[in-house]
Design a protein around this ligand. Structure first.
Ligand code: GTP
Ligand code: MG
Length: 249
C-alpha cells in the first residue's frame, strides 16, 4: 500500500481542518453555493500539487475535467506569482501550466469518457518527474443535474453518477492521487433536489467521498470551510481568504 500524500490548500487553517492538507487516495467533495470558492480552491490545488514536499506539494501534475468552462490559465498564473511571497524562487507560470492537463466535458457521457482517458494519461506520466497526483472534476454533478430532469430518471442518474465516482475512486487508488470534485448547492430551496443545504448528488456522493467540505461566503474575501462527516477528523470549521495571490489564511 502506497503512503498517503498531502497537498496544502495554501491556508494553514484549512489544512489543519483536514488534518494537514488534502489527502491522496481519497475523494474530497467541495460543495457550496455559486461563488463560494469551489473553483478557486480547485485552481489553487492544481498549483500546489506541483510544489516540492517541503512547500506542501507532491511534485505532481494535475488533470482537470472542466464541465462548466471555468478553468482560467490567467488565474493559475496569478497564483504562481503569489508563491513568491511564500518562497523566494523564480516561479514561472508556464512551468506550472504545462503540468495541468485540462479537458472540457460537453455532457455527462463525455465526462465519464474523460475520466477513463485520464487513467491512460496518468499511466503515461507515471514514471516521469511529475506523475499525476490530482484529478479535479469541476463540477461533478452539473451535467447530470441538467440532463436528468424529472423523478422518473432519478435512479438512472444516480446509477451513472455512482459508477463515475467508482471510476474516480479507482483512479485515486491506482495513482496515489487526490480526487477533488465540486458540487453546487442551491441558495434557494429547490423543489426537485430538495433540502438546499444538501449537495445535489445526495447519498451517492456521501458514501464515496472521504472528505466532504461545505464552503460558504463570509465577509469580503473570507470563506468558511466546514468539514462534514469525516471518518478520521472531527467536524469543524476553518476560515480562509481568496486573495489575488490565491488561498491564504
Ligand atoms: P460556482 O461554480 O458558480 O458554483 O461557484 P464557485 O464555488 O466555483 O465559486 P468560485 O470559486 O468561482 O468563486 C468566485 C469568487 O472567487 C469570486 O466571487 C471572487 O470572490 C473570487 N475570485 C475569483 N477570481 C478571483 C481573482 O482572480 N482574484 C480574487 N482575489 N478573487 C477571485
Ligand atoms: Mg465553480
Amino acid at each position: 500500500r502506497k503512503l498517503v500524500g498531502k497537498i496544502t490548500t495554501g491556508s494553514r487553517n484549512f489544512d489543519e481542518l483536514l488534518g494537514g492538507g488534502m489527502e491522496t487516495q481519497a475523494i474530497v467533495e467541495l460543495y457550496g453555493e455559486f461563488g463560494s470558492g469551489k473553483t478557486q480552491v480547485a485552481h489553487q490545488l492544481a498549483v500546489n500539487v506541483q510544489l516540492p514536499p517541503e512547500l506542501g506539494g507532491l511534485n505532481g501534475s494535475a488533470i482537470i475535467i472542466d464541465t462548466e468552462n471555468t478553468f482560467r490559465p490567467e488565474r493559475i498564473s496569478q497564483m504562481v506569482m503569489g508563491l513568491r511571497a511564500i518562497d523566494d524562487r523564480e516561479w514561472r507560470p508556464e512551468d506550472f501550466l504545462k503540468n495541468i492537463h485540462v479537458a472540457r466535458a460537453y455532457n455527462s457521457n463525455h465526462q465519464i469518457l474523460l475520466a477513463e482517458s485520464a487513467m491512460e494519461l496518468a499511466e503515461s506520466l507515471r514514471e516521469t518527474e511529475h506523475p499525476v497526483r490530482l484529478l479535479i472534476v469541476d463540477s461533478v454533478t452539473a451535467h447530470f443535474r441538467a440532463e436528468y430532469v424529472g423523478r422518473g430518471t432519478l435512479a438512472d442518474r444516480q446509477q451513472k453518477l455512482n459508477k463515475h465516482l467508482h471510476d474516480l475512486m479507482r483512479f485515486a487508488d491506482l495513482n496515489n492521487a487526490l480526487i477533488l470534485v465540486t458540487n453546487q448547492v442551491m441558495a434557494k430551496p429547490d423543489t426537485f433536489f430538495g433540502d438546499p443545504t444538501k449537495p445535489v448528488g445526495g447519498h451517492v456522493l456521501g458514501h464515496t467521498a472521504t472528505f466532504r467540505v461545505y464552503l460558504r461566503k463570509s465577509k469580503g474575501d473570507k470563506r468558511i470551510a466546514r468539514l462534514v462527516d469525516s471518518p478520521s477528523m472531527p467536524d469543524g470549521e476553518a476560515v480562509f481568504s481568496v486573495t489575488m495571490e490565491g488561498l491564504r489564511d
